[in-house]
Design a protein around this ligand. Sequence first.
Ligand code: ARG
Length: 613
Amino acid sequence: MSNAEKYALGPVPAIAGTDYARVPVDQFRAAVAKVVADAWDESPEKIFAGVDLGKKGADFAVATPRFKKGKPDEWVQKVVDAFKPDNYLSEVRAQGPFLMFNANRESFAYHILNTISNMSSEAEANPDSNTLAYGTNEDGKGKHMVIDFSSPNIAKPFHAGHLRSTIIGAVISNLHDAAGWKVTRLNYLGDWGTQYGLLSLGFDRYGNEEALKKDPIKHLFEVYVKINKDNAAEKEAFNKGEITDASTTTHAQAQRIFKSMEDGDETALKQWRRFRDLSIGKLDQTYETLNVHFDVYWGESQVSNEGIERAIRLCQEKGLTVEEENGALLVDLKKYKLDRAIIRKADGTSIYLTRDLGGAYDRFLKYKFDKQIYVTAHQQALHFKQLFKTLELMGEEYADRLEHVTFGMVHGMSTRKGNVVFLDDILLDAKDTMHEAMKSNEAKYAQVEDPEATSAIIGATAVKIQDMSGKRMNDYTFDIKRCTSFEGDFGPFIQYSHVRLCSVQRKNPNVHVAETANDIDISILSQPKIHEILYHLGQYPDVVKTALKFSEPSTIVTWCFKLSHLVGSAWETIKVSGASEAEAKARLFLFIQIRHVLASAMRLLSLTPIERM
Ligand code: ARG
């Protein structure tokens, strides 16, 4: 008899929101629901929601009081009496008011492994599809999500907030890919505003062509710092009465330059455009190192005038605005406890909020998105509340499709260059630290094909995992030494687990690699240790959904660490080398499936799984 026949599963009721072909665990849960529902004369759908996973001591648990009032013992007994073991469930027992069920281990193992292996083959054969691998789903099929993340400002260094937005935004994007959404990754470059007038002026005063070409982001920042010093000094002088004509100040000149940029003056724009292009070139290299990609750079400068004018007009028509004596226009959101916010400055130029109002409409026209997510630090919460409320009051049809995902602060980020943080330096530090650590094992080091590239990948993994280990709203303290450590729950450990899973196959070239779960003896895989691993793998599709639902990458990270620990403690008992032929074959098949799932979880986290380190 083939495994497929031996472990055939009987029919269970279909339950809304489940997809048994992708999520075998749900089919087992439905079997529990059916047993209980039949004994109690209830609907399986209702019971299904109360079948808990991951409770200690059993695979599935049902709390009787959740459904039945009074005499829990009798209700429990009814189920125990009616129970018959099958390919879904091997046993049920009472534990106080709880019903504790165990899966039929062999059949469970077969179905989990079979699903992972079939879906992996399917995904490998169709690399362009995102929703074939185990763990994916089709919840977002036919829907389009636009995500605005990273979005640094040219002329100012990429700060910790941008790093977090980049890391978290990339994972939220990937989670949507995995749920079948069409995803547009948008980088809303901060490339517009009075500060770019200031930067132009600064470059005329302090700029250096060569330095600009060599590292545009660093050089523009140096220029920006210098001109800002002038600005601050003049302000002080003005306040003391040492400067009387405000129109000659650096600030006033910068404002005039920005005004001419907004009016479309080519000479003013030419300089600015060069800064922008060079900065993007440099950013692209950094994003490459981070394994993050954008579909479009749609910066603040590219928000259409029509979009902005339309927003201002609608705000006025809906009676949301008040005008100040100097001509500045504000939206009044006091009724909503959101204060007042400027949408047009006295000289007629736009500001951050104005451009976001216009930009939302531009993007809706272009993408007709079903959802748009903005990822920024928590400090911008008020800005986004004002933005979303104003769009709602303007009557925008997409106003309820907008979401702001925020995160906490990073403490202690500084590099060898001082207090200002350049992302490149951080990644270099992480890479160097990893490179040193790798060198300490000479034999292994000799086998790594490209130690430079490998240490860069593990370094980036360390920085990212440190960022995503805690809930995104938590602050954390950046610590390069700690996060690059091999000891403990840090990024390198996840890479190491993957490497180890790759090495089982490499080290056992004579063991036959089974093509499907039908080619192995499943009974070899019924040890408790293995069941624990398979049970954890079984929950992965749900973990992916939960991570998306709460925009919470840490959910995936926690899952990866648990898997890494489970596998880490199994090497001694689940041996491939030296085992009998059948054992080696079954176990190797198991490790290959674990590797498939760990690798896809890592990719969701925007990590590049490596094979040797
Ligand atoms: N450039 C902004 C900053 O650095 C972030 C932009 C976020 N996106 C948006 N649509 N406002 O603070």
